[in-house]
Write a protein that binds this ligand. Sequence first.
Ligand code: GLC
Length: 527
Amino acid sequence: MGQPTPALNDDWWRSAVIYQVYVRSFADGDGDGTGDLAGVRARLPYLAELGVDALWFNPWYLSPMKDGGYDVADYRTIDPAFGTLAEAEKLIAEARELDIRTIVDIVPNHVSDQHPWFRAALAGGPERELFHFRPGRGEHGELPPNDWRSEFGGPAWTRLPDGDWYLHLFAPEQPDLNWAHPAVRQEHEDVLRFWFERGVAGVRIDSAALLVKDPRLPDFVEDRDPHPYVDRDELHDVYRGWRAVADEYGGVFVGEVWLPDTERFARYLRPDELHTAFNFSFMTCPWDAARLRTSIEDTLAEHAPIGAPATWVLCNHDVTRTVTRYGRADTGFDFATKAFGTPTDLTLGTRRARAAALLSLALPGAVYVYQGEELGLPEADIPLDRIEDPMHARSGGTDPGRDGCRVPLPWTADAPHAGFGGEPWLPQPAGWASYAADRQARDPGSMLALYREAIRLRPVLGDGPLTWLPAADGVLAFTRADGGTLCVVNLADTPATLPAHTAPLLASGPLDPEGRLPKDTAVWLRA
Ligand code: GLC
């Protein structure tokens, strides 16, 4: 077991490009149809060539996979479908050799129902106190203890044969932990140490604002303040404890904090709490210049007073793929409005996604790239009988679920299964091979070529604050630091005249014959 590698640059996370690896669908090294650590190790040169600074791995621990690994049965064991702990250690070290850091995903809100704690709780042991077990309401306890709903649909409670109910904000196979219990806190701090000791540089915190529940478990009342389980004040004490652990190793956190209230969001980023959190307001923002500008301004304004860097996210393993979302009438994202059969113009969506890539990579802060985003993969339609995501079944079949953005990657156009490995656990749609990385690597006009070039050039933008430049309606124009490099994005219907410049550094599409920037196109310029 290696000592943590001394950080070459302690501040790397403030402006990093972080690539999200959904291991199950990244690359299949052993040919069983499920991505694995061997597959990731074999593709490290690809990631190094892309130029990313860090990899965030979705949960890779032992799991019955009832929610794609977010149902963790043992944090200290790699799921055998993915590999072994020794392999994970090798992967972390090999990536570090390439100057790529590793971020693991910790899921503190809940565990798998196969976790030893929950099995002991089911057997009636004192471990019940580690969860939220309650008698039901109604004459015979036949009604759930309160009216909370699962994030995946249906009640947030499941009844056991002995009559008690247990709480699960997600699937029934994901019982919620009781964060008022000291053993829960202790265990998580130990798990953090376990992974920091193995050289990881950071931790993504799943569902970070949901852990603490009002101990009375009251009914949910709209607009209740404080909410019975979202963003409770007690959480900040938990994260101060975590920060103390991370500081011993120079580790950093990124929180999955979905909160509309920017002031409440920023509280998680105070100097003794989390380093960063995902910017979901930007991710869900429609393709609209005024709204994007507001989102960017609000983001920067809310981060500035606490000195935390912003993050910029276009998609992840939970949301509709960017090229698909931007090709629809509603270009924002909302879990509540996902539906089958939404009309999509992929040509339009891809053009906008290319512009959005240059926009987000030009902004001050860290940028997240979700595997396949750099290939311009669209959301796939998964045959109904192959959908595994619990969101689909628990919605009564109305929500397509999240598997459409989790389809195994196409690597080699001419190989079986587009070079992913064995018969993929989720089917690849027809035409998937046309997105293959090998083909795109040879095409200077490809999405992959754009991402590679943008990440390579990103440092020329400087690391200073953003300054908006005067621009026509529907056009975003700004510079960073010394004003030497500009980013201009045109979302207006008419071509935009560019500010004075020497030569375009990089454009998401060709300029028109008059040298103007067409609609849905972005460019980086030398002033
Ligand atoms: C987070 C994850 C999501 C998972 C949920 C429950 O939102 O990103 O994939 O289903 O938490 O762990």
